[in-house]
Design a binder for this molecule. Structure first.
Ligand code: ANZ
Ligand code: ZN
Length: 917
């Protein structure tokens, strides 16, 4: 028989993964009341779990486990963002089809996730490429359509004239924009595309960002920027023969500085001019380059009348005017706008300053705008009756005074074009009928399933003739199916709702349950999703709240954007060849080691470098932990509950307090560091004491094992079992755990041995997260006192070059100094010394009191409260063994009254005096 002692990670991890599955530990029953919803962004099934996934999913898993140990029901599901172009490419490459390839990848990755010990409720698995899922994308499309939130519009797409097909952006290569298949230069074509009208929610989407307090500021800022709401004015310029042309401006205060007017190249007037005017035609068709760094333009024969000043300015067609921003026309103010300045300089247009900064004496100081624009607000000049007004007031007044001018808001956000000319996505449920036009497929005909894959150059759906041919749901006549599929971001805009009721076949989600279970409490994923995915999900949630009775308007309460796992300072990536494979780490060191290292290395938001040393240290630690528990023999632990045991007991409580707070805020690295220190302390205790106090030591082990359990679940189960496990839970928690077991998985899981699958010791995964037994309010201060004292002793020995210290005396400051410190902290008098001297108790110490008062006065900004002299004395007494152990010297802790006066006078609260012989 094999020797089972020692830490065999492979055996331990397999054993516990099987036991968890058999017992359905991670299953959430449908009738659970408002479980804590913990979610990692679901992955694209590429076939390989990478370190970024490992980190992402360990974060959610650790938090989920922690909350479960706190007694919550926890919903922690996983699924697959399974549609997308890579599957199509891989299928072509391997002469397979996207479905086969995708399902193979899913199987592999699921196995890898299981080997990491992620505790998912796999009964809620969601796979977006299955018709059971994507029919609801189609259903939602139809619902959005009914509510007027879908629109068909012409839009530009990439077109390869040789392959005669539309190309996705990813299929256009390089600066030269060549077709990925035939290297022909790609053209743009206007095709009819489907849009979801997210702009209807633009205001709510920006306004509600303020309420997302659990989101990082960076992500909130990026969303705000992306929506780009601007308040300004629409000013009606008039152009002879062309009527009124409005221009949007955020700076109506600069209207007197407008020296030109400019139209976008595809503004209707510019297009009209191009028909007659050779120069305009050439510019519009050949020169204009909206993406270029430099503004280009061409003069026209037209003039525009400024509605604020009544003056005429020349009209240009210019490529820095964007057709889909504002009205596609602007008033050019080169004195105060950088692009306008660059354009005016190039074209020889006047630059007139009309806003000036205020000088020191309050009068406006004319800015120099010869080299660049003055873009700040200021006071108006050269602006007739508005001279002297500040910019803000001037904007309001000019908007109010000018006929036809209107306050206006504009957005950067555009409607969301969801049409993709590819195969591996959700077919857009539309049928084109010659008589009726585009008709949305009725609910009873959903899903519109994908036909079999055809390996072809263009979109396979275009060639699926049989699939394409259908009849019109309205008139019954011959019709063809829409061949575009949906952007895969549609799938991910509501998948978090599907986990609530993954098998429901009458609606995308169970409304009542979603209302109970949503929003997601903790959402964790990559920062690359800061805008699109998170914005689309917010949009869908709001639409579903308005039209499908969802009782929540925001999907994710707390969001964490995890940092990257790097190698030598660079993001791990296949193309750079600097990847560390999680599978290799798991087989060499085990999943717990990989999990421990990734959680220990840094705060979740930070990037960190993968190091072999870090991995090895994590692994060596787990071996020590295993040894510490395995070798504990309670029968041999006959020690007293002495000062040392008391010290250890307090450290146990202090560690619990820190770990609880850290787990709650997902700063696992500090929780783990503290818990590691606790294990180190227990080992020191064992080594120092002839016999440890059984109860204290065992409690320390039981606490440490549970504090590690969220991060290193397998070894923790193993050790929990060695320690006898189980700890009483409250009746209600026991009830919910029993219901979980019997109601669903337990009955369903094949079990013939008649036992309930749970280890006799119970699972640590379900054991209560430890709670401190004593009041830990002042533990910080106690720990700081001990730490400072130990490091002072070290320093004195070092500086004085003492070879072999025999005796260390630690003297606690007297009561009166504590009193003086309290007064100094509370006082707001300019000088505390006189205040201190009013107290007889202090004054009677004469020069010593004056000296100490002087010190306190100097350090007033940084004074922190100390423990009472009695608490200091007791604390140091309990910790004395650590100094004794470190220096192998006798250690005496005394009160100031009992010590040599010369030594005692140096003692201060929080900083005892030290004498070494
Ligand atoms: C006059 C003006 C004076 C402007 C001034 C700005 C500064 P930003 O610049 O991001 O705040 N604009 C309006 N329509 C445009 C279009 N279709 N394409 C390109 N630019 C356009 O955005 C607001 C400003 O963008 C607007 O205010 C307008 O220039 C320009 F000292 O009007 B402004
Ligand atoms: Zn029809």
């Amino acid at each position: 028989m094999q020797d089972q002692r020692g830490y065999d990670h492979t055996r331990v991890e397999r054993t516990w993964q099987d036991r968890w599955t058999d017992a359905g530990v991670y299953h959430v029953p449908d009738d659970a009341e408002d479980p804590t919803y913990v979610l990692g962004m679901y992955p694209y099934p590429s076939g390989e779990l990478h370190m970024g996934h490992v980190r992402n999913y360990t974060i959610t898993d650790a938090y989920a486990r922690y909350r479960r140990m706190c007694g919550d029901h926890v919903l922690h599901p996983m699924g697959w963002d399974a549609f997308g172009l890579p599957a199509e490419n891989a299928a072509k490459e391997h002469d397979s089809d996207p479905a086969t390839w995708t399902f193979d990848c899913i199987e592999t990755m699921k196995g890898q996730m299981e080997s990491m010990g992620f505790g998912y409720d796999w009964e809620r698995e969601v796979t977006t490429c299955k018709p059971e899922y994507y029919r609801w994308n189609q259903w939602l499309f139809a619902r959005f359509h009914e509510e007027g939130l879908v629109e068909q519009r012409d839009a530009e797409v990439n077109w390869c004239p040789s392959c005669e097909t539309v190309l996705a952006d990813e299929q256009v290569e390089g600066e030269a924009e060549l077709c990925w298949r035939c290297d022909t230069p790609v053209e743009t074509r206007e095709l009819s595309q489907w849009f979801l009208k997210i702009t209807e929610y633009a205001d709510e989407l920006v306004d509600d960002i303020d309420r997302l307090e659990g989101w990082p500021d960076s992500v909130r800022g990026m969303q705000r920027n992306w929506i780009g709401r601007q308040h300004g004015t629409r000013l009606p310029f008039s152009i002879e023969d062309h009527g009124t042309v409005e221009a949007f401006t955020t700076r109506a205060d600069t209207a007197f500085g407008a020296t030109f007017f400019a139209l976008a190249p595809d503004h209707p007037i510019a297009q009209e001019l191009a028909e007659e005017d050779e120069d305009v035609r050439e510019f519009v068709n050949e020169v204009a380059d909206p993406e270029g760094d430099e503004p280009n333009g061409v003069a026209t024969d037209l003039v525009a009348t400024n509605p604020v000043t009544g003056e005429d300015v020349p009209v240009y067609v210019a490529d820095f005017v964007l057709s889909d921003v504002g009205t596609g026309a602007l008033m050019g103010v080169p004195g105060h706008d950088d692009r306008d300045h660059a354009f005016a300089t190039k074209m020889g247009i006047d630059v007139v300053p009309v806003v000036a900064p205020e000088g020191e004496d309050g009068t406006p100081e004319m800015p120099d705008v010869s080299e660049g624009a003055y873009t700040d607000d200021g006071v108006l000049v050269n602006s007739g009756e508005y001279d002297g007004l500040d910019s803000e007031t001037a904007r309001e007044r000019i908007t109010a005074d000018t006929e036809g001018a209107e306050a206006a808001t504009q957005y950067r956000l555009r409607d969301w074009g969801i049409s993709r000319q590819r195969y591996w996505g959700t077919p857009i449920p539309v049928v084109h009928c010659e008589d009726c036009g585009p008709v949305v497929v009725p609910e009873e005909d959903l899903p519109v399933e994908l036909p079999e894959f055809i390996n072809t150059t263009g979109n396979p759906l275009d060639e699926a003739e049989e699939w394409k041919a259908t009849t019109c749901p309205d008139c019954g006549g011959a019709a063809t199916r829409e061949t575009d599929t949906m952007d895969t971001f549609v799938d991910s805009s509501w998948y978090f709702l599907r986990y609530v009721s993954p098998d429901l076949d009458t609606a995308p989600f169970d409304r009542d349950r979603a209302n109970d279970w949503m929003p997601v409490d903790r959402y964790v994923g990559g920062i690359e999703h800061a805008v699109m995915h998170l914005l689309y999900s917010r949009f869908f949630t709001k639409v579903l709240a308005d039209h499908e009775g969802l009782a929540h308007r925001e999907p994710f309460t707390n969001l964490l954007a995890q940092g990257m796992v790097q190698l030598d300072g660079e993001a791990m990536s296949k193309s750079k060849g600097n990847v560390v494979s999680p599978q290799a780490i798991v087989s060499e060191y085990g999943a717990d080691t990989a999990r421990l290292f990734t959680m220990e290395a840094a705060q979740p938001e930070r990037d960190f470098d993968w190091t072999d040393k870090g991995v090895q240290s994590a692994h060596a630690f787990l071996q020590r932990l295993h040894e510490t528990v395995e070798s504990f023999d309670s029968g041999a632990a006959t020690g007293e509950k002495d000062d040392i045991a008391e010290y250890v007991a307090r450290e146990i409580d202090a560690t619990i307090a820190v770990a609880r707070a850290d787990y709650e805020s997902l700063t696992f690295n500090t929780a783990l560091r503290e818990t590691r220190e606790l294990v180190g302390l227990l080992r020191n205790y064992r080594e120092y004491a002839d016999a440890v106090h059984a109860e204290t030591f065992e409690r320390g082990l039981r606490v440490a094992v549970r504090l590690f359990a969220p991060v290193t679940p397998h070894i923790s189960e193993e050790l929990w079992e060695l320690l006898g496990g189980r700890e009483a839970r409250s009746a209600s928690e026991r009830a919910s755990s029993a219901e979980r077991g019997s109601a669903d998985s337990r009955a369903a899981s094949p079990r013939d041995d008649g036992d309930d699958g749970e280890p006799r010791a119970g699972f640590v995964a379900e054991a209560p997260f430890p709670e401190p037994e004593s009041d830990t309010a002042d533990h910080d201060r106690e720990r700081r006192l001990v730490e400072n004292t130990r490091s002072d002793v070290r320093q004195i020995i070092d500086v004085a070059g003492i070879e072999d210290p025999e005796r260390v005396e630690v003297v606690v400051a007297p009561e009166w100094k504590h009193r003086a410190l309290d007064i100094a902290i509370e006082s707001d008098a300019p000088n505390v010394i006189s205040e201190l001297m009013q107290e007889e108790e202090i004054r009677q110490h004469g020069d010593a009191a004056a000296d100490y008062g002087q010190d306190l006065q100097e350090e007033r900004q940084s004074l922190t409260p100390a423990l009472s002299p009695d608490r200091e004395f007791e604390t140091l007494q309990r910790a004395a063994w650590l100094i004794r152990r470190e220096f192998d010297a006798e250690v005496v802790v005394s009160r100031a009254e009992d010590a040599d006066e010369d030594v005692a006078k140096k003692a201060r609260p929080g900083r005892p005096a030290i004498r070494i012989d």
